[in-house]
Design a protein around this ligand. Structure first.
Ligand code: H2B
Length: 96
């Protein structure tokens, strides 16, 4: 576990800043659901995130069906939510 997990109060503060994001039931990830006009819009957004993810070496877990996208952010190297997830969630919000 090379990267530090955020403490409960740090996650609370983060989620207060990100009202569209939720803590997963097991508390090891944050999630957000998005809906786009169509598949091309959804996949285009995923492509944008993918390019950023490669750049910062932090990769989302996601599930896409047509225009729906469920994004899950967790840090495998921390076994939970880290500052990397916070930064990624904030970056994603800034693209919307
Ligand atoms: N993405 C996520 N979500 N969590 C990680 O711990 C992680 C990653 N680690 N992307 C990175 C890649 C690591 O495996 C590589 C070797 O830097």
């Amino acid at each position: 576990m090379a990267i530090a997990r955020l403490a409960k109060d740090e996650i609370d503060t983060l989620l207060a800043e990100l009202p569209e994001w939720r803590l997963r039931a097991d508390k090891l990830a944050i999630t957000r659901n998005l809906k786009f006009a169509d598949f091309v819009e959804a996949f285009g957004f995923m492509t944008k995130i993918a390019i950023h993810a490669e750049k910062v070496d932090h990769h989302p877990e996601w599930f896409n069906v047509y225009n729906r996208l469920e994004i899950t952010l967790t840090t495998h190297d921390a076994d939970g939510v880290s500052q990397r997830d916070a930064d990624m969630a904030k970056w994603i919000e800034a693209q919307l």
